[in-house]
Write a protein that binds this ligand. Structure first.
Ligand code: KIV
Ligand code: ZN
Length: 530
């Protein structure tokens, strides 16, 4: 008979500092644990499982320090059924305003036989005596039949009934090895409510070995569980525990499905909490992690970007601000569309349209194909490179291939294909280096002779995939002085583009000044174009 009082509030029992800290390679010191506990209190969790006090002196002291420092949430300590464990647990949590002892013993055949080496009868007695002993300290006692999913269900219910009769107020049903599947786990929770009588709250504690920890926990909630044990970023033994942030946002976002249930979580603190736990544990958060991953609100596909820029909810079911992630992000990469590209440029102060926008967008796509993401500095460089030249080019660089290296690899050479009015010319030249060879080939292909008078390369951003920004000065044979700019992830290509940019300017000046556009040009013309 189910005599539990069902509430609309699902308690969040955070086990980041206990099960989470049991993750391989994580070892938090006392100060770090207190810092995380303070943040968990700000986040609004109902219960903090602060540690396993009998496990070590360090664990005891950390739990004790948290019990002293934290107000708000209940502070819970874990303990096996041995009375000395329970005594130590109580000693550690005693200073807290609100205290809970969580005691557990395994009920699955494999755990009883191989780990505990106890008969089912002995396990029942252990559970009885542990809960009774814990109740001599506090009224708030939680009991867990470890490895519940693989336990004989009738036997487990007998043990749970004993725990309730001895005064346990929370019955936690651990899917210790992540074996459960949602419907089956939910059916178990429902049956426990029918078969175990008394006044208690059912709790879920699901591990993620099959990637089902959050799904199983939520199925448990739908079946009547009113406490969820979970950890920030889903850390915990092996594949971890149910992720706190996912549980909280699922209940809030799908309030239509969770029928008026709620969690007491200040969701704006989720991102900050995730970052703190990641920093102190050294466990990175995967980029595409739900809710707190850095890509959780980032859009790269052109269609998605277009949608989100018009109306955020087209591709977002949560508001990034509501989880502390600020604003949606439009990531400019090779899948981005013109709409998002122009929007970003407008934000950077470039309101370009028409041919200039088309030319810049084409360059952006070419570069994005080579560089995964383009920064704002990259975009500005593209615009600076394209805006001055678009629509006015006489020659276009269609192809560039070069060969270089150490002396033993032979004379550097470059092959270029340059087009003018739809006609292409291919030229191969040798040079002192690949840049020199490429520039010589361009001169020959365009019939524009002259001298490079200045040449500088700067990197637009850091990293090996940074864009090279080449700026040069060129003086044609008749004395026209022009500047050229070129941009590419490849220094030789950036140089060739800068050189062709200068050559184009010379050609435009020549065609604007017919007197110099002939074979017998005057020796000197002081036109300058930058
Ligand atoms: O996974 C588990 O069974 C546990 C118990 C101690 C609750 O962490
Ligand atoms: Zn666990």
């Amino acid at each position: 008979m189910d005599t539990q009082t069902m509430s609309d509030q699902v308690k969040i029992f955070d086990t980041t500092l206990r099960d989470g800290e049991q993750s391989p390679g994580i070892s938090l010191d006392e100060g770090e644990k207190v810092e995380i506990a303070e943040q968990l209190a700000r986040l609004g969790v109902d219960i903090i499982e602060a540690g396993f006090p009998v496990a070590s002196q360090g664990d005891f002291e950390a739990v004790h320090a948290i019990a002293n420092a934290i107000s708000g949430p209940t502070i819970c300590g874990l303990s096996r059924t041995a009375h000395k464990d329970i005594d130590r647990c109580w000693e550690a949590i005693e200073p807290a305003e609100k205290r809970r002892i969580h005691t557990f013993i395994a009920t699955s055949p494999t755990h009883m036989k191989h780990k505990l080496r106890m008969t089912p009868e002995q396990v029942k007695e252990e559970a009885r005596s542990a809960v009774r002993h814990a109740r001599s300290y506090t009224e708030d006692v939680e009991f867990s039949p470890e490895d519940a999913s693989r336990s004989d269900f009738d036997f487990m219910c007998e043990v749970l009934q004993i725990a309730v009769e001895e005064g346990a107020t929370t019955l936690n049903i651990p899917d210790t090895v992540g074996y459960g599947v949602p419907e089956d786990y939910a059916a178990k929770i429902r049956s426990i409510r029918e078969r175990v009588s008394g006044d208690y709250v059912i709790s879920t504690h699901c591990h993620n070995d099959l990637g089902l920890a959050v799904a199983n926990s939520l199925a448990g909630v739908m079946a009547g569980a009113r406490q969820v044990e979970c950890a920030v970023n889903g850390i915990g033994e092996r594949a971890g525990n149910a992720a706190l942030e996912e549980i909280a946002m699922a209940v809030k976002t799908r309030s239509d499905y969770f029928e008026g249930l709620d969690v007491n979580i200040n969701t704006k603190e989720l991102q900050r909490t995730s970052k703190l736990v990641s920093r102190l544990t050294g466990y990175p958060v995967q980029y595409n992690k739900a809710v707190v991953g850095r890509n959780a609100f980032a859009h790269e596909a052109g269609i998605h970007q277009h949608g989100v820029l018009r109306e955020r909810t087209t591709y977002e079911i949560m508001d990034p601000d509501a989880v502390g992630q600020g604003e949606s992000q439009i990531v400019l990469g090779k899948h981005s569309g013109r709409y998002a590209f122009a929007d970003r440029l407008r934000q950077l102060g470039y309101d370009i349209k028409g041919d200039a926008l088309n030319a810049s967008f084409t360059r952006f796509k070419e570069l994005a194909d080579r560089k995964v993401q383009l920064s704002d500095a990259d975009l500005e460089a593209i615009v600076a490179d394209e805006v001055g030249t678009s629509g006015e080019n006489v020659f276009a660089l269609e192809f560039l291939e070069c060969h270089g290296g150490s002396i033993a690899s032979g004379t550097p050479h470059a092959t270029v294909v340059v087009s003018k009015d739809g006609e292409q010319k291919m030229i191969r030249c040798e040079g002192d280096g690949m840049v020199d060879a490429a520039c010589s080939a361009i001169k020959e292909a365009t019939c524009v002779e002259g001298k490079l008078t200045d040449y500088t390369v700067t990197s637009v951003t850091g990293g090996v995939d940074a864009l090279a920004d080449v700026a040069l000065q060129f003086t044609s044979e008749e004395g026209i002085k022009v500047g050229g700019r070129g941009l590419s992830t490849d220094v030789v290509e950036a140089s060739a583009r800068a050189f062709l940019n200068a050559v184009n300017k010379v050609s435009i000046i020549r065609s604007d000044s017919p007197q110099v556009a002939t074979e017998d040009r005057p020796g000197h013309l002081s036109a300058e174009l930058r």
